[in-house]
Design a protein around this ligand. Structure first.
Ligand code: ZN
Length: 166
């Protein structure tokens, strides 16, 4: 046995893939069925009145069920963003792109998506954007029904109006 064969193997690299299947639950199922109809549904907390999108069925602050369904706009305001320069299997958009948290009109928590339709150096906190949906015949109960968000050209929302959502 040579010296190289006696050395311990300290690590190996091997490709792996994990597929997860989980039950969406009542609140998320209703949200996803709304997405399949081109609508965004949230749920309002009966105590603090915050609207959660996507809804999870309860308010994490108040520990109560959220049962009141609320229609939320597919327009909103960028709260935060990051420029992505590495590929991701689940985001089919050309690199580089901007990942954003969008505060949809009528919601109290940000919604994660991607911005397209403008140079990256124009993406900014306070920028108004709207969802770019897939064609109606391709709508399905998946967030991939919203391809990305695009600038609307509306005036920016001042930071002071966004502060409480950051
Ligand atoms: Zn609450």
């Amino acid at each position: 046995m040579s010296d190289a064969e006696r050395k311990p193997v300290r690590s190996i690299q091997t490709p792996m893939r994990l597929t997860y299947h989980y039950t969406a639950g009542i609140a998320t199922s209703r949200f996803l069925h709304g997405i399949a109809e081109g609508r965004i549904l949230g749920q309002r907390c009966p105590v603090c009145t915050k609207v959660y999108v996507p809804p999870r069925g309860s308010c994490p602050r108040c520990a109560v069920a959220t049962e009141e369904e609320v229609h939320v706009s597919d327009r909103g305001t960028i709260l935060t963003f990051a420029i992505v320069r590495v590929p991701s299997e689940n985001l089919d958009v050309p690199l580089p792109f901007a990942c954003v948290h969008v505060l949809l009109d009528g919601a109290d928590v940000p919604f994660f998506s991607v911005v397209q339709g403008c140079p990256l150096d124009e993406v900014r906190i306070g920028m108004r954007v709207a969802a770019a949906w897939v064609e109606p015949d391709r709508l399905a109960p998946t967030l991939q029904s919203i391809r990305w968000f695009e600038p609307t050209g509306e005036p920016d929302v001042p930071f002071d109006q966004l502060r409480e959502h950051l």
